[in-house]
Design a protein. Structure first.
Lengths: 337, 337
């Protein structure tokens, strides 16, 4: 049965470790990523793609600083929106190409996305997320004075701005995203965790200087579009307990209870596997059918139940259980390969 | 009767002459612009907004150059997509605010837009559109050698890149834009004339280094979403013959034939009123009901038939003729003011 799937792309879906981030490098990576996503569409699923933007918004912030003598620098929320335009454009072009190659007439669109955060979120009391360039101590002091930024010294490499990383509360453009998904198009949304906005007086939204974790935002998105499946792609095939330690064990099918227990024992690293597992758990706890954590190249196999860390919701676990309708082998057969 | 209206915003809807382009300046201008657009929505119209991006993409290009020692610069198509993210985000936030204030529950979304151009377009043989920073002669020579750019010396101010300005042929994301408009949302699309793409082998799209005139792209957009009205906003209330010369005459209601005749006599300046009149003419020749050229502050009055240069299609001119259902006075009455 066709499902609505939210795919959260990890950083290496766009930029590989060691790359400088030229346009050609990023286009090539996104082309490879698009091939996997197109296969989900070919299987009949409705697909919503979301993605990180760390290196891209980092570079945009460096350009704001380097160009600041000539051009007024834009604030973080605008830089985030710019990165959504950039990455969304490459994704829609590459995805469009793959779909055309597969003979599929499926539109693809990027929707610039704002994500609501709560200004009362504890994160605003303790900004922890470093963003943008390294500054000299002198320049850092200037920026603190001029802009009220919080800066931290970073292990001898210079001073760096830190911003809060509040929890995502709602996807502002969810009604539009839902209607585009319902129309049969592939949607790219909530890039970089979305542009964080706070609800002010009279229900008005205003951008805030923060960064939302992209996997937690993906969970909100999946929930608000009524997705059946949330698949979080990263650089490993499965989550593990005792990761890179004695007793390392890769995790396959997990119940909610097992996953929460491992999480409580501290097996999933903050800023890495931690938010991915948290997003997966929130999704199935909120009624989602299946959450999967796996690597890009294993995405189809993981949807087919062959690999990945898979957490099922109570309803799905009690039912006969869902597998992707085609899977690796079926996909090849369908494509005549 | 509610209409589908494509609104093409002029440059001063986002940045005023003499402003440097700080985020605050641009946000403030866009907030003023959004107030006018929200009034059209309040009148029951379906609205699609498009906009220029000249100063914004210009600044982004300067930042690519200034930051190029630290960060790989992105090509023009990516910079265009970034500007769509930036301006779209500000527009959707400000429009959302105005709609909430008016008590309207109407979603707003920006759709990153690619616009197809023909690589056989004569514009590619004769790049005329200057973009980005002024360079020294030495740096200009480097860039010509490294990137194959075309550069021109600009009246003693330095060297500047010139790119082709081909005709827009089609809006890639039109099916999605149509479905979002049909859902009742306000759409922001085709910013900066859209990201120009060419159709390559196998129907694949690829970004090209060019700039599409935003008014001509607005006409394509209006045509492809089946708009009734195209309204092109600029810094004057009406187009004129003998503009700023003896015999200057502001133009009100025009037939297609009159407008084409004035155009043939050279009354409308290339790069200024020229493409606006051309876009208006193409729209009504293609079956559009009404094309209007006016200023932002007079938009509602022009829709109501009180001002602006208005060109009607043959069908509309033959019929009883359409006026906006509410207009300036009606709007105030409806809002109890």
């Amino acid at each position: 049965m066709p499902k609505t799937i939210v795919v959260a792309l990890g950083g290496n879906a766009i930029l590989q470790p060691g790359q400088r981030g030229t346009a050609a490098e990023q286009y090539e990576n996104i082309a490879v990523t698009a091939r996997q996503i197109a296969r989900m569409v070919a299987d009949g699923h409705r697909v919503v793609v979301t993605h990180g933007n760390g290196p891209q918004v980092g570079n945009i912030l460096i350009q704001q600083e380097e160009g600041s003598a000539a051009v007024p620098p834009m604030p973080l929320d605008v830089c985030g929106a710019m990165s959504q335009g950039f990455i969304g454009y490459y994704l829609q072009q590459c995805l469009g190409r793959e779909l055309v190659t597969l003979g599929l007439d499926v539109p693809v669109a990027t929707i610039v996305t704002q994500v609501v955060v709560d200004v009362g979120d504890a994160a605003f009391q303790n900004p922890t997320k470093p963003v943008g360039p390294f500054y000299s101590e002198e320049r850092a002091r200037e920026l603190v004075a001029a802009k009220g930024w919080r800066m931290k010294e970073d292990a001898g490499r210079g001073w760096r701005r830190v911003v809060p990383s509040p929890d995502p509360r709602g996807i502002v453009e969810a009604p539009v995203i839902r209607s585009v998904v319902a129309s049969g198009a592939v949607v790219i949304a909530s890039g970089g965790g979305g542009v964080p906005v706070a609800v002010g007086e009279g229900g008005h939204l205003l951008g805030v200087e923060a960064v939302i974790d992209k996997d937690l935002a993906a969970e909100r998105l999946a929930c608000e579009v009524g997705a059946d499946v949330l698949i979080i792609l990263t650089d490993v095939e499965k989550a593990a307990v005792n990761y890179r330690q004695p007793g390392e064990t890769w995790l396959g099918e997990l119940t909610l209870e097992q996953a929460r227990a491992y999480q409580a024992q501290g097996h999933f690293q903050a800023g890495s596997m931690g938010p991915k597992v948290e997003a997966a758990l929130r999704f199935v706890e909120g009624g989602g059918e299946l959450a999967v954590i796996t690597s890009l190249s294993r995405a189809m196999a993981a949807l087919a139940g062959e690999t990945g860390t898979r957490i099922r919701g109570a309803a799905a676990a009690g039912a006969a259980g869902w597998e992707a309708p085609v899977g690796e082998q079926g996909y090849r057969a369908a494509r005549g390969r």
